[in-house]
Design a protein around this ligand. Structure first.
Ligand SMILES: Nc1ncnc2c1ncn2[C@@H]1O[C@H](COP(=O)(O)OP(=O)(O)OP(=O)(O)O)[C@@H](O)[C@H]1O
Length: 309
């Protein structure tokens, strides 16, 4: 569906995309995950031929993308980061306007607009004007406008930034629904939980490059961390901390404010080893929990920094 090879885009001295590659297959919900400034929006704008690039190639639906490739453009739905709707039109008429750019048959359009209203959960706001809508509802309207014509490829650039949890869930469910109806989705975000929740495959970006690509399971299996064990309210002497470091499977230990955080490689008995050690030495401790790796762990291991600052 999308094939990007060796894309380079500079803004003056800033290299926004540095030999960026991407391969999105038909039917995927593909997540582009990266911190602010990693190049996600630039990649999207190049894909849509809104921005010229310095090197590389972009093919969408097997065709070279270009500003005048209307055949491909007609089959793409776009939801940009900034809300772009008409203040003068109510919710229904806004969706109808955007849909009319693609669908001229009035009857067909009526059906599509109603479906988009339902999909975005805007049934109670058909007649409302954008000024009266909350931030979350406005975002949902923005999405409905971008997808009402049921495009084959839908590109959403951070559609959940600064929305309330209810709207966020509605948006994520809606995206899965669009996928079930047959659209291929590209979804950019810096929220790893969202990407983990809905995306079938994920590319992690940093400094204009894709640093890892795969399903969430594949990405997590690329790293050393198998489990992070946290033990609260524990008092350890320096020598005891050294012994923890030597336990089987342990490869990183942090101890701050009486909280012990132990990163372990993949293995079944990491937690037991740590608890046995504390029990043998009769060291009291508080709450204990063990977490599987997150996409932040993947980012952290590959780049040495947190996905979110
Ligand atoms: N119009 C521009 N002029 C100059 N530099 C730009 C411009 N747009 C983006 N950049 C720079 O290019 C790099 C990539 O930015 P981009 O907006 O593509 O990242 P992003 O991952 O989408 O970030 P965000 O999540 O904040 O939207 C950043 O260093 C940014 O400062």
């Amino acid at each position: 569906m999308i094939k990007i090879e060796n894309l380079v885009k500079r803004y003056g001295n800033t290299v926004a995309l540095d030999h960026f590659n991407l391969n999105v297959k038909e039917g995927e919900i593909f997540g582009l995950l990266g911190p602010n400034g990693s190049g996600k929006t630039t990649a999207i704008n190049c894909m849509l031929a809104l921005l010229k690039f310095d090197r590389g190639s972009i093919k969408i639906m097997g065709e070279e993308m270009a500003p005048d490739n209307y055949r491909v453009k007609r089959q793409i739905g776009i939801v940009m980061q900034d809300v772009a709707v008409f203040e003068e039109l109510n919710v229904r008429d806004n969706i109808d306007y955007f849909c009319s750019l693609y669908v001229s048959d009035k009857g067909k359009r009526k059906e599509l607009v109603e479906e988009a209203i339902r999909f975005a959960g805007l049934e109670d706001y058909r007649k409302a004007y954008p000024k009266k809508l909350s931030g979350g509802l406005l975002r949902r309207l923005n999405i409905a406008c971008g997808v009402a014509h049921k495009p084959r490829l839908i590109i959403l650039d951070e559609p959940t930034v600064a929305v309330d949890p209810q709207s966020r869930n509605r948006i994520l469910e809606g995206i899965c629904e669009l996928s079930r109806q047959g659209s291929t989705i590209v979804y950019t975000s810096h929220y790893m939980e969202e990407v983990e929740q809905i995306c079938t495959r994920i590319a992690i970006m940093d400094h204009g490059r894709e640093i890892a690509v795969g399903t969430k399971e594949e990405l997590k299996s690329m790293i050393k961390t198998g489990e992070t064990v946290t033990i609260e309210a524990v008092i350890l002497a320096g020598e005891e901390l050294e012994r923890v470091r030597e336990l089987p499977g342990v490869y990183e230990v942090r101890y701050e404010g009486q909280t012990l955080t132990v990163k372990c490689t993949k293995g079944k008995h990491n937690l037991i080893h740590i608890l046995n050690f504390l029990n043998e030495r009769e060291i009291p401790f508080g709450r204990v929990f063990s977490e599987l790796p997150t996409l932040n762990d993947v980012f952290l291991e590959i780049t040495g920094k947190q996905l979110r600052d």
